[in-house]
Each structure stands twice: as C-alpha cells, then as structure tokens.
Design a protein around this ligand. Structure first.
Ligand SMILES: Cc1cc2nc3c(=O)[nH]c(=O)nc-3n(C[C@H](O)[C@H](O)[C@H](O)COP(=O)(O)OP(=O)(O)OC[C@H]3O[C@@H](n4cnc5c(N)ncnc54)[C@H](O)[C@@H]3O)c2cc1C
Length: 404
C-alpha cells in the first residue's frame, strides 16, 4: 500500500492551490458577504481547466479522476472555508457525471461541454417540502403529455437555482419525479434533467425563491416550483421507474467529496488555531502551553488525519466503481461515502467550536472569520446531501444487514 498520489495528481493539486491562492483566498469573505460574485471564480476556473475533470474528453472533460476532484475540493475549501466555492465545485462534478453515466447522447453533448467550460451548472433537486430523507415517498408529479413529460410540484432547498438564472448560459437539476403510484415507493421514481435555462434563455414553467442562508452565502439555495414544466424524452436519465438507483449513486458519489470540502475547512481552522495558540499569551504564557488547549489540538489533528484517510478511501472506491469499471460493489462506495461524510462534517463542526474558544470572546464578532466556517459546516451537519442520522442508517444497514 502506498500513501501517495500520482505525479499527475500532485501537479493538478499544485495548480489548484495556485489558483486558490490567487483568486479564492483574497475574496472569500467578500464572497460570503455577497460583495463578490461566485461567477467570477467559476469563469476563471473554466479558463484554467479546473472544471469537468472526471468527464470524458469527448464532452470537453479532463478524463481525470474523483481523486483529483477531491484534491481540488480540499484546496478550494481551504481557501474559502465558507465552503461556497467547494460546494459549487463538488456538486458540479458529481451530478453532471451522473448525466454522463445515465443521460441521453444528445443531452450529454449539449450540457457537459458547457459545464466543463464554466457556462452551465447541474445540481440536484431531490428534497421536497414534506421531507428529504424518505426519498421513496417523493411526490413531484411527472406525467406524459403528448410527446413530452410534464413536471408539477415542489422541490425544496435546492442549491444553485439563481446562480443559473442570473449568471449562466445553461443549467438545471437532476430531479427525482414520481412516474408510478405512490404505493410503488422507490420503484415508481424516475430521474429527469429539466433545464431551467437553455442556450441563454430562461425556460417557461417554473418559479423559485432564494432563502436567506446563515452560512456559505456565496452560493444561493432556494425553493423550486415546477408548473407544467415540459421535459423531452432525451431528458430522462436511465429507465422510467428506475430512478431511485441513479439518485442514490449520485448521493454516494457527492458525499465522498463533501468529506473533502469539510476536511479542507478543518485544515484551515487548525492552521489558524495553531498560529493563534502559540502567539496568544494568557497568565504570562502562550495558551498552547496549557494542556487544556494543546490536548484538544492533538485530538482534532488526529481526527483530521483519520478523516482524510477515510475520505480518500471513499474517493478511491468511487474511482474504481465509476471510472475504472473495476468490480466494486456500489454498496462499498455508499458505505464509505456515508462514513466519510459523517466523520468529516462532524469534525469540521467540532473543530470550529473549539477553535472559536481558543480565539475567545472576539470570535463571536464578524471581525474574526472563524464563526463563518461553523455556520457553513452546519449546512452539511443538519442536512445537505443527507442528514446525519441517514448517514448512520446507511452504514448500519450495509454493515449489519437490511433485516434490522
Ligand atoms: C444548505 C443546504 C443545501 C441543500 N441543498 C440541497 C439541494 O441542492 N438539493 C436537494 O435536493 N436538497 C438540498 N438540501 C436538503 C437536504 O438534502 C435535506 O435537508 C436532507 O435530505 C434532509 O431532509 P429534511 O431536511 O427534509 O429532513 P427530514 O427528512 O424531515 O428529517 C428530519 C430529521 O429526522 C431525522 N431522521 C429522518 N429519518 C430518520 C430515521 N429513520 N432514523 C433516525 N432519524 C431520522 C433526520 O436525520 C433529520 O435530523 C440542502 C440542505 C441544506 C441545509
């Protein structure tokens, strides 16, 4: 076993780090305050070739790996620990990759080159107002109308809607719709790719409103309502009534890289925290000399090392399953992805709370940036891409057995 990356991966990490130092680090606080626009970073990423890494070169992608995506995601989260940039990046790799895997040829040819050049965003519209965890009970209606599919209903807490409508040429969401009776549960779900903007034109048949977020404010999230929204057959992903498996694959993949984002932010927290505890003098000594502080640092640094190893194991399993076609059970990606997300997200939240205590009372004020990281990491703690208990449910079910 080798704990190292290939030369290509190291070079890619270096170029991602250089990009982050130049364009992300100087702007992250203004991005979080809404005074700097994510689109400026996205366009530059497109120009320097940081996007579309795991897509095929046939669709303008880099023929790269999810390991590379995870390395870049970590760097982006280190440079923007409010996570907006890293979340945009990981979503816009995971969900368009599902389009490459399950979409029609015409939709792949239309959308993927635009994603890879920073002109399109493909996110996920899964959660509904009555709840996000119980996917098998989703209701968004998808009915046949002439030669098209017609979508009606609401998807709640959807990231990236106004990013598409305001700034991009094209975009939409991998959307889970009900095509079979509710009693059919997960066997009556189909995945569609409704594009809310196409060739620069905003489509008819949807409304949205953004929520006011407490963290990761550079990337908008809101409510999406479809009203007789028309979808062509070419926008169906996979088989009709076979959507559940596709959606789960997407979540499994995305979660491995959410762990990378949480780890990047934790690295930033611990680096800032370490500098501070060596510098801050209380009772005549640096606070790092008190075991109440240094032992906490040691515990967090140890958890960080463990979480990063787990994350790269999950990403390695995803590379094997999705890109190398090795005979990897998708349940292994699901289990490792859930473990990695759970571990890394809980670490980021714990680290933010601890590091804020090291900075003392001033950490409560916006004059210091650490609280921004807490509020952003909480997005993944309370729900995004699966609530904490659902990660435990996946691990328990896959390790103990479905019967319990
Ligand atoms: C910032 C942010 C961005 C998001 N972006 C998107 C997006 O782009 N697209 C999208 O579709 N969704 C998005 N979401 C929504 C997210 O996927 C959901 O919040 C998540 O799936 C949980 O659904 P819910 O919030 O409706 O909670 P519910 O499903 O109502 O669950 C409520 C609570 O019950 C717990 N629970 C549920 N079932 C069990 C059980 N069997 N055992 C024990 N506990 C259980 C859950 O862990 C949770 O704590 C986002 C969320 C956030 C916070």
């Amino acid at each position: 076993m080798e704990f190292s990356f290939t030369q290509e991966e190291e070079l890619f990490r270096k170029s991602a780090r250089e990009f982050v130092d130049r364009y992300v680090k100087p702007n992250w606080i203004e991005l979080d305050d809404g005074k700097y626009k994510l689109i400026d970073i996205i366009q530059r990423m497109g120009e320097v070739g940081l996007l579309g890494i795991p897509f095929s070169s046939r669709y303008g992608g880099g023929d790269g790996s999810f390991t590379m995506v995870a390395l870049a995601t970590e760097e982006l989260a280190y440079g923007d620990p409010s996570l907006a940039t890293a979340v945009y990046y990981l979503l816009n790799n995971a969900w368009p990759f599902m389009v490459q895997r399950h979409g029609s040829d015409s939709i792949k040819e239309e959308v993927l080159p635009l994603v890879a050049s920073g002109k399109a965003f493909i996110g996920i519209a899964s959660t509904e107002p009555q709840g996000g965890s119980d996917v098998a009970s989703f209701k968004l209606e998808a009915k046949r109308g002439g030669s098209k599919w017609i979508l009606n209903g609401e998807k709640n807490i959807v990231t990236g809607i106004s990013l598409i409508t305001n700034y991009l040429e094209e975009g939409g969401f991998v959307t889970i719709g009900r095509t079979g009776p509710i009693e059919a549960k997960h066997r009556g779900l189909t995945v569609f790719l409704p594009l809310i903007k196409r060739h620069g034109k905003t489509m008819e048949g949807f409304e949205y409103s953004d929520y006011e977020e407490i963290g990761r404010r550079g990337l908008p999230t809101g409510l999406l309502r479809f009203k007789d929204f028309e979808v062509e057959d070419s926008q169906v992903m996979g088989e009709v009534n076979g959507g559940f498996k596709i959606a789960m694959e997407g979540f499994d993949l995305a979660r491995t890289m959410i762990a990378a984002a949480s780890i990047g932010a934790t690295k930033w927290l611990l680096d800032e925290g370490r500098k501070w505890i060596k510098e801050r003098q209380v009772f005549g000594k640096p606070i790092a000399s008190y075991e109440g502080i240094s032992f906490k640092y040691a515990e967090l640094a140890t958890r960080l090392e463990a979480a990063e190893l787990l994350m790269f194991k999950a990403v390695w399993a995803a590379d094997k399953a999705f890109l190398r076609g090795d005979n990897v059970d998708i349940l292994e990606v699901a289990t490792l992805g859930a473990m990695a997300k759970m571990t890394a997200v809980e670490l980021a939240v714990d680290a933010a709370l601890e590091v804020m205590k090291w900075f003392g009372g001033m950490s409560y004020f916006k004059e210091l940036p650490e609280a921004r990281v807490l509020l952003s990491a909480l997005s993944y703690y309370v729900g995004a891409e699966g609530a904490a208990n659902i990660m435990r449910l996946i691990v328990a079910r896959n390790k103990i057995g479905k019967e319990v």
